[in-house]
Each structure stands twice: as C-alpha cells, then as structure tokens.
Design a protein around this ligand. Structure first.
Ligand SMILES: [Zn+2]
Length: 135
C-alpha cells in the first residue's frame, strides 16, 4: 500500500547512481555535475534517494510544480512588481507556469494582483506582457 516510493527509489539507486562516483556530501563543482548525466527533474542524491524539491502552485491553473519550473513574480517591499529571475528576491511572491495561457489568465482575471495583494500598474502589466511574449 505505502511502498511504491521506496521501490522506485531502490531501483533508481541501482541503475543510475553507480555512474556517479562523487562521494555523498562532497561539494560538486558545476562542471562535474554536468558530466554526471542524471535526467533532468530526477534530482537524485548519491544514495539514490529523492531530494526534496520545493513545490509551488501556479496561481492560474493551480497545478503544483517544482519551484524552478515556475516563474516567480515578486512584489518588493516598496510595492514594485517584477519577475524575479533569481527566485531569491525578498517580498511577496506568486508563481506562474511559463506559459502564455497561465500568464494571460493571471493578468486578465486579476489573479496576480489578488495573489500579491497589490493592484498592477499599466507599466507592470506591460512589463509582464513583454516577458510572456518571450515564451
Ligand atoms: Zn499554470
């Protein structure tokens, strides 16, 4: 009943972590990480266990996705709303899928201003529209 996670983890540790000879806990330079071809999104530790990946919910479609697959929009303490490309900006954040559909919904239905508790200025909307045009 509650064993599938365990079984999946055990299988992965046999098949994939053997290729990686970096000792567990060692700080791995990014070059070494690139050579270590673990499929994107799998994020396994050297022991083959699943790393904790922070999940966030898209404010438009409400689907949960790993944080780094979403775009963070942040309202800075001074009230400025901008796309937070680093994901580390301080302030109130909202997450959106990097799809036009979700962005348009968030803007047209006021979901973004509700999530950030701020009304979006024309300037901000233009900025966000320009950002989504690159998707
Ligand atoms: Zn979405």
């Amino acid at each position: 009943m509650n064993s599938p996670t365990y079984v999946a983890g055990a299988r992965l540790s046999g098949a994939q972590s053997r290729a990686c000879t970096v000792p567990r806990g060692a700080s791995v330079p990014s070059v070494a990480r690139e050579n270590c071809r673990i499929g994107e999104g799998t994020e396994l530790t050297q022991s083959g266990k699943r790393k904790h990946i922070p999940q966030r919910t898209c404010i438009a479609c409400r689907s949960k996705r790993p944080k780094r697959e979403l775009v963070r929009i942040v309202r800075a303490p001074d009230g400025d709303v901008a796309v937070d490309k680093t994901g580390k900006q301080s302030g109130r954040g909202a997450y959106l899928c990097p799809t036009r559909e979700c962005w348009h919904r968030a803007l047209s239905e006021g979901l973004l201003s509700r999530a950030l508790r701020v009304s979006l200025t024309e300037e901000t909307r233009t900025c966000l529209d320009e950002y989504v045009a690159g998707f």
